[in-house]
Design a binder for this molecule. Structure first.
Ligand code: BG6
Length: 487
């Protein structure tokens, strides 16, 4: 009889990012981060990311001068900073084996350039990891999840300048020294590929600070610095923490050809190659030849320092993690209808349903991604983000979120099929197991959680927590290690 269970010790859990949950943006010695500049703009179409992400030196200066959290939901988060014991207890009640969190760089190094960490920040994370240990929840920790110190962005245009590599290595080594006793699994950069989609959020780059005509090449240079920094801290983690496992993290943007017209297939191939480029560098330890040629064709020349090639080659990652929310298609027809995905616009797939935010729901695409990535890289995989943003209605102390249960159920079954076909998938963390502030639109009303947080887009509400119906459903999935999916 077929085994309906996931592999023994499968890491079931959820994923958070400091800047979307902690709040306490100016508490405990924390410095300003790029995330603290993100505004909620009720007047713009919530599907229009470019409007939400538009950043200029002037807009940043205005935001930085504002000492309130009125238009800045990420400054409020869901008050996880103060409520984490309650939230961790919920996760333990669901039976979480793991929880992915990130460490806010500016809580440890307020401007990024201090030589010693802010002890109050260290002590916050120490208490959080201690509590996770007590609850037997294995942490997976992202070092950089869209929250670099603002000061580094303003002074050096973020990762464009090489010296930021040293600042990041210093921050990371403090994390390894102080939290290595709790944390085995690390991730370096969240969705490292996103640097081209939102350079400020990912790498502190403000376009008007780049020399005329140099914006694109500055982004490539900043990306190179992140690749090198990632490899350097992979080395440090291995030296400082025995048995540590360091992964890269990719936004998996699965693209299909809209039709079998060769042009559609060619454009699709190129999209998928571009999407894999980042993992190619971090898993194989070198730039793919086609990408180097593409950069040369665009006239882009990255500055490599003497040892960069060796650093990349010798310090590749132990596992590959990725986010997966949706898929899209590509077409040679410039008039093909497009729909939003995760900070992208893709050609609409006529075979798939969409969320209220237009993201196309595609469980089979997750299985295809797993097979493709495992075949290409041959290292363990982890899905560290997946889920659907939805408008939830709280009624009688709960939310009837059967749409969410359906989404997860279909994705989990596809994961199981991929595992049965040989993919080494070691863990799964759903995005936002508790409602949190959206990265793309700064909304609270775009909810992902199994736990409802009573707060709206303007920050009104008690911030009390409520179990949704999916809470009990996911608990059973974890308890039965997947078997309940088939009953
Ligand atoms: C991922 C990010 O790209 O997508 C998360 O790593 C983000 O930080 C998630 O929250 C979902 O996107 P959004 O815009 O719905 O919050």
């Amino acid at each position: 009889m077929t085994n309906l269970k996931f592999p023994k010790n499968f890491l079931w859990g959820g994923a958070l990012a400091a800047n979307q949950v902690e709040g306490a943006w100016n508490v405990g010695g924390k410095g300003l981060s790029v995330a603290d500049m993100a505004t909620y703009k009720p007047d713009v179409d919530n599907k229009d990311y470019s409007a939400h992400m538009a950043i200029t030196s002037e807009s940043v200066a205005i935001a930085a001068a504002d000492t309130t959290d009125k238009f800045f939901p990420k400054r409020r988060g869901i008050d996880f900073y103060h409520r984490y014991p309650e939230d961790l207890a919920f996760f333990a009640e669901m039976g979480f084996k793991t929880l992915r969190v990130s460490i806010a760089w500016s809580r440890l190094f307020p401007t990024g350039e201090e030589l010693e960490p802010n002890e109050e920040g260290v002590s916050f994370y120490d208490s959080m990891f201690k509590e996770m240990k007590r609850l037997s929840i294995e942490p997976i920790v992202t070092l950089s999840h869209y929250e670099m110190p603002l000061a580094l962005s303003l002074k050096y245009n973020g990762w464009v300048e090489r010296r930021v590599v040293d600042d990041f290595v210093r921050f990371s080594e403090v994390c390894f020294d102080r939290f290595g006793k709790y944390v085995k699994y690390w991730l370096t950069f969240n969705e490292i590929d996103s640097i081209f989609r939102h350079p400020f959020t990912t790498a502190g780059i403000i376009e008007d600070k780049c020399e005329e005509g140099k914006y694109e090449s500055d982004i490539y240079q900043a990306l190179h610095h992140q690749f090198v920094a990632s490899a350097m801290v992979t080395k440090s983690a291995h030296e400082i923490i025995e048995g540590s496992q360091v992964g890269c993290m990719l936004t998996k943007l699965m693209t299909y050809p809209l039709t079998c017209a060769p042009l559609d297939v060619e454009l699709t191939l190129k999209k998928n190659l571009e999407n894999n480029f980042y993992a190619d560098v971090q898993v194989n330890g070198e730039y793919p030849k086609l990408i180097l040629k593409d950069m040369a064709n665009k006239g882009i020349q990255i500055k490599f320092e003497e040892n960069d090639l060796t650093i990349l080659k010798e310090n590749t990652v132990d596992y590959l993690s990725f986010s997966y929310y949706m898929s899209m298609t590509e077409s040679g027809d410039p008039n093909a209808e497009r729909t939003p995905g995760n900070t992208v616009l893709g050609v609409k797939n006529p075979y798939l349903p969409s969320t209220e935010w237009g993201w196309q729901i595609d469980p089979k695409g997750l299985k295809i991604s797993l097979i493709e990535l495992y075949d290409r890289y041959n290292i363990p995989l982890m899905i560290v983000e997946n889920g659907m943003g939805a408008v939830d209605i709280l009624k009688d102390g709960t939310v009837k979120d059967d749409y969410r249960i359906k989404y997860f159920k279909e994705h989990f079954k596809q994961m199981k099929e991929a595992i049965d076909e040989g993919v080494d998938l070691i863990g799964y963390t759903s995005w936002g197991p508790i409602d949190l502030v959206s990265a793309g639109t700064s909304q609270m009303s775009k909810r992902y959680g199994f736990i409802y947080v009573d707060a709206d887009d303007e920050g009104n509400g008690t911030y009390d927590r409520f179990r949704k119906e999916s809470f009990y459903w996911y608990r059973e999935v974890i308890e039965t290690n997947g078997e309940s999916l088939y009953k």
